[in-house]
Ligand binder design. Sequence first.
Ligand code: DOR
Ligand code: ZN
Length: 337
Amino acid sequence: MSEITITKPDDWHLHFRDGDLLNETVPATARCFQRAIVMPNLVPPVRNRAEALAYKQRILAAAPTDSNFEPLMVLYLTNETTANDIRQAAGIDIPAAKLYPAGATTNSDAAVSGIESLYPIFETMSEAGMLLLIHGEVTDPKTDIFDRERLFIDQYLAPIHMRFPELKIVFEHITTADAADFVLSATATLAATITPQHLLLNRNDLLVGGIKPHNYCLPILKRNTHQQRLREVVASGSPKFFLGTDSAPHAKHTKETACGCAGCYSAWGALELYTQVFDDLNCLDKLEGFASFYGADFYSLARNTEQLTLTRKPWTMPQEIPLANGDSVVPFFAVKR
Ligand code: DOR
Ligand code: ZN
């Protein structure tokens, strides 16, 4: 097969950042995605309707005029979030709120300590039909980094899901067989996104032959048995798993340094890389569901109607993208370092 035509996909989890960087990140995503769920981990974070809609306008101002690109905004849950913040925000342009356990990842200092204290907020979200997006890792510094997602399931995710059965939850960027199997065993209100890096790579790709900072993200890449399980569940065509790139730019010098930042900037090739995975697994017929249908269905949004054609041909990712401020970013998969 040299061509495949699918309904235009959406990206159900990414980081655009703010300011001048939007002129790079928004067109890179609008290139092939119709909508995107935009993470709110700015500094300061996006905490209420006014902040979310102002951010949305800045994103739209950076979108190519002919793209019809639609950013879907997300609130950042803090210990100060009120039920009123949720009620005012809930609606089609702000369909979700994000739970970062404090200290879990980039710009999560403002996040929640004591997740149970948010239960009244989850109740309001459930009533308002707002989705809960979760970065599912425990943050206790003594917990091994490779166990953080698995332990989050029993300690936090399962209790939240059981207590709020109507609340739609997206277990974001899952990385383990434990997470995939938990999602499969849960009811229809729990689903997960999966990134290209967690389908393509395992921890050898991060650590063997020298540290590869451009493959460093959180949750961290796991052993290959976990990668294989993620590949199996997307190949199965289960509607509980859908596309979320977690594209997250960091300036080159902040990744290639003694204490490098977590995040893979995949927008430049994410759809092509996912397609490669489905092709390798001999299940290109499952790509459209994963990329274009299941996310919209889970969010109760209409599926897109435009089509997009992918053509099989050699293609070279730019090694580095210059930014307006003189920095640059290295796209995910540009270099095998
Ligand atoms: O690798 C990551 N980068 N994981 C996250 O959860 C956040 C993201 C970022 O914002 O850079
Ligand atoms: Zn993310």
